[in-house]
Every structure is written in structure tokens, then in C-alpha cells.
Write a protein that binds this ligand. Sequence first.
Ligand code: WTA
Length: 654
Amino acid sequence: MSGIEINSVLTENRLFEPSAEFTAKARIKSDDLKALYQQAEEDYEGFWANQAKQHIDWHTPFTRTLDDSQAPYFKWFTDGSMNVSYNCIDRHLENKAEKTAIIFEGEGGDVQHISYQQLHDDVCRFANALKIKGIQKGDRVVIYMPMVPEAVVAMQACARIGAIHSVVFGGFSAESLRDRIEDAQAVMLITADGGTRGGKIVELKEAADKALNNGCDSIKHVIVLKRSGQKINMQDNRDTWWSDAVADQSTTCIPEWVNAEDPLFLLYTSGSTGKPKGIQHSSAGYLLNAIITNLWVFDLQDHDIFWCTADVGWITGHTYVAYGPLAAGATIVMYEGAPVIPDAGRFWKMCEQHKVTIFYTAPTAIRALMKFGDDLPNQYDLSSIRLLGTVGEPINPEAWMWYHTVIGKEHCPIVDTWWQTETGANVLTPIPGVTATKPGSCTLALPGMDVDVVNEEGESITEANTGGYLVIKKPWPSMLRTIWGDDQRYIDTYFPKFDGKYYLAGDSARRDEDGYFWIMGRIDDVLNVAGHRLGTMEVESALVANSAVVEAAVVGRPHDVKGEAIVAFVICKGDRPVGEEAEKMAADLRNWVGEQIGPIAKPDDIRFADGLPKTRSGKIMRRLLRTIAAGEEITSDTSTLENEAVVAQLQGEA
Ligand code: WTA
């Protein structure tokens, strides 16, 4: 039976209890979970202090847990010092030096196993190389790399010396890279000659050169990993090959003991206004939630092989690839390449080959692979898998059922984890051995996370299945600290309502009769395209930056694989392009947006008109545009529009 058919017999509120077998071996049992909730309820700070003592190796133990004197700029464990790389690597060397930390597979099938000892040595050598180049604590280092172990080495090396990294997804364009380098005023760029994806080379160094030749004056050094082997330009006095940089370096590098609150990294993400913002995370608080969620939600145990398919360019690749699982002493899988090479069975083949026990991916990937049917996954032995996870967007029940039946063989719990770049780690999620799940719901808040759905006045909505704002009412250790260089924007974006008392997630949600959370969508102009966050305004700015374009409006429309697809309504200079001319213009603009932001931002559909539908006060009618984009019937009255005639043009009827 294909996944789609399962849907027709599905009821939304079906409960799936964890199997007795899973529960028996799980780290967190029902009583443990109850005790955790109770501790957090009775003594919130004490709860977090206990967790921080239990899970982090401190250089200087902290005595203060939460400093809320400058709320909502919260600080945690402020007088403690530690090092994130030490916690991820060194502390395992006594007992687990030879344990595999990373299993890496390239798209071509090359495999590497890297032990904790080897990872330690590689990180130390690279950290020493950074120091030789003059990188100091607090300096910003941008990492623009393929999904290879060296990306993790680079991140860990920055953490080791207290430098602040900012990973830029390798699929972003030169322009996006430049914006992020300039905003962070980064002094170093770490990149590769090229990466491989879908059988093609991703020209990373070429894009980096384009960015650097067009600004980025703060960059003093570039380190280039040889990966794809194609010819690239190396600039004297600026560019060094990775292999040369580490050649004479020692495998010892004493970690820099940083303050708990010193920034670990920036990660740029989209909002409704302006350019992407640099989400700033702390060291200890971030690491704490990263560790406990890997233990509680992914039930990481010593024998586990954990494969989170996210790229390190996203927050998921930070918390569930580069940091959290390593801090928990786990073995992770990394894959550089596309899921459909050589065919759509690649993930399942790799699960069999590497005996993956925990698999974590995005609903968009599940939907894309589900389309190829059950035969591919059924060709492989998936019996090692014991736990499945999803993240990034709501999972539709039919995809959930397919994941459960065809991949999980009906015995693996599925953790649907809701969280954000800003929260640093999972917030709403089942605990796999305890929480009964419902397809499409991210279930309940973790212990220590005070999450609610509130109305316009900030009051809890107690009525079941009534939507409202998703908020977090108390600070938590891994919350973002600010937006890099823009404290005011931090307040304006995350604390604009309810007297600044609650963190506003930007999502709407409802709770059902069991108190389970169901995410309904964004409340702002943020799109979620194949699990990637994109601001409509970012795409609009890219479009109007083209000299042929006068005005543009961008909206999302539902898409069965990507979740949302991008539809752009464009007004060009001169006459409205029609027919072949329109096709050519649309193709040019798609490429243009690809160059300005990255291929993920290319609109699926571009429509031209003489004007955009606006109210008489000049506001673009976005809701109307969404209706048009979805091909739905327009029920609202359009006669009040300033320019009613354009509606037919945008619908493609004139
Ligand atoms: C959405 C990704 C429903 C949500 C970790 C959120 C989800 C945004 C889920 C953050 C989920 C993430 N169910 N929606 N399980 N997980 N989202 O910053 O809209 O890339 O606000 O972080 O993705 O996206 P971000």
C-alpha cells in the first residue's frame, strides 16, 4: 500500500503508545519524566542548576544560575567557565578514545570512520592553525563548507579557542555569504574548493571569491579544504590550503576556558523584515539543552548510531550533529550528498550499511522519498532503526504514517520535535519511551520549558483546539541571547507583545483536549520551503534588485513535497511581458534570485501584471495574493481595490 492510501483511513487523533520493548530499555521512564516535571515546577532555577552540574564539565563551577536583572536579556550560569569543545571531545578520551565519533560517507560512496581520539587530534591541529593566523577569542569566523567532517572540525576548533563561528549553508549564494560576513565583521573564512551534491560540484571557493572581491574587507585569511579537486584560484597572502595550515601543528591545544555566557556561535536566519539576522547563542546554556535533548528526546545510548540528516548550515546540524551528540559521547553519521543519488534508496541503504539506530530528518525529505514508493526502503534491512524523528515543519499525517509503517516497521517511536534556531534545542516533543504520539502533533513541552498558547491579551487559551500565539513564558538556558549587533531588534522581534514578558515564537498553535500542541503555521511573513526558513521580503528585495523589476510581492502556496512553494508577482519596467517573453523573463528572474540568495529561494512560479492588488491606502493585499497563488476562488470583494483589473492578470486570465 502506498503512503497516500493510508491517509484515507487515518484519523487525526489516533494515539500511538510506545512499545513495551522500547520503554523497557529507554533512558527516561515515566517516573523519571514525572520527577523532572516536578523538580522544574517546584524549583525552576534549582532544576536547571542540577541539570547544568550533571551534564557539563565545568572549569570553574557556577554559583549563580539565572540572571534576569536585565530581562529579556537573560543570562545563565554567569560566573562559571567551561569549554564546549572540551565537553564534546576531551571528556570522552579516558573511556571512549577509540569509539567512533563520526561515520562519514561521501556521495561517491567514500567512507571514513573517525574516532574521538582522531577528532581530538584534528580539532587541536586546526585550532592551533587558527591561532597561528591570529584568530583570538571573540573573533568571528565564517564557515562555508560542504557537509564533511572538516566542517565539524572547524566548528569545534573555533569553540576550542573561543572564536565565534557563523556557519553559512553551502547552498547560499556569494551575495548571501557576503551579507553574513559583513554583518558579523568576520576576520576569517573557512571554505572548500567545492562540494558535491546531486552529481554536481558546488563551487564554494568560486562563490567565496565573488563575495570577497565585492566587499568583506574584514576578512584577513581564508582557509581552503581540498575536497572536490577542481581547479580554483588561491590568492597569495590571503588563502591557505587546509592541509598546509595544519601540517606542522601539534595535536595538543589547551582549551580556552570561556565564560558560560561568551558567544559560541552566530547563525543567520530569516525574519519578516530586513536582512537575515544573526542569532547569537551562548556557550554553556546552549550546550546544556543540546545535551539533555539528545539524551531525553533521542534516548542516546552508548551503542547508538545517530543519523541526523541536517546540514551543519542549519541549527539542526549544530545541535544534533556538530555539538549535542558528541557532547553525549555518541556516534554520528554524516553524509555529503543528495538523498536521490544514485536513487531514492540512498538513505535506506546507508541506514542498513552503517546500522543506524536513530534517524532524524525533515518532513519534506520524507514526503519526497515516500513518492518513490515502498519498494526502495523494503530492499534494505532497516531493523537496526529503533527511533525516528522529524523537524522543521508540521508533518502531515500521511507522511507520518508512511514513516511509521514503512521505515519504522510500526515499532519505532516518532519524535516530532518543534523548535527554532532561536530556541537552540528541542522544545515541544514527545519523550520516546513515555509519550503517546499523535500523527501531526509535536505533543508536549519538555521539562523546564514553560510553553503556552495565548490570546491577544496574553491570556492562556484554555479552550481545546482554539488557536493562538505560541509563547515561552520563562527563559531557558539555550535561548538566543540577542541578535548580533542589534539588541533593539531582539526586543522588537521576540518580545513585542504582552509587556515583553513572554518570548513570542512567531508560530500559531492550538492545544487539543489532551493538551497536545499542534503547530498551525507562522504568524509573520516567513515561508517554510522544504524545511528552510525564508522571509518573503528577502525574496522581494532580491527581485527588485534586478534592473528589469519595478515591484514584487512574494507569497507561499501549499506544496505537497516542499510544504510551501514560492510564488512571486512581479511588475516589470515597460510593458508587461507576455507569452515567450514572459517565460524568458521568469527564467531569468529565477536564476537571478538563485544568485542573490541561493537556489532554495528560486520562485516556483512568477506571474507578471501591470500592478499589484492594493487597497486604496496603498497596502498590498497579501491575503488576496495567497488566494490567487493557491488557485482558489476569490471570495472577498475586490471592487474596493485600487486596480481591480490586475487580479485577472495575476490569475493568468488576461
Ligand atoms: C517550524 C528549525 C511544526 C516552525 C529547527 C518554527 C515546525 C520554524 C517544527 C523554525 C515542527 C520547526 N512542527 N513546525 N516539528 N519544527 N517548525 O529556525 O514554524 O529553521 O518557527 O528551526 O520551523 O525554523 P528554524
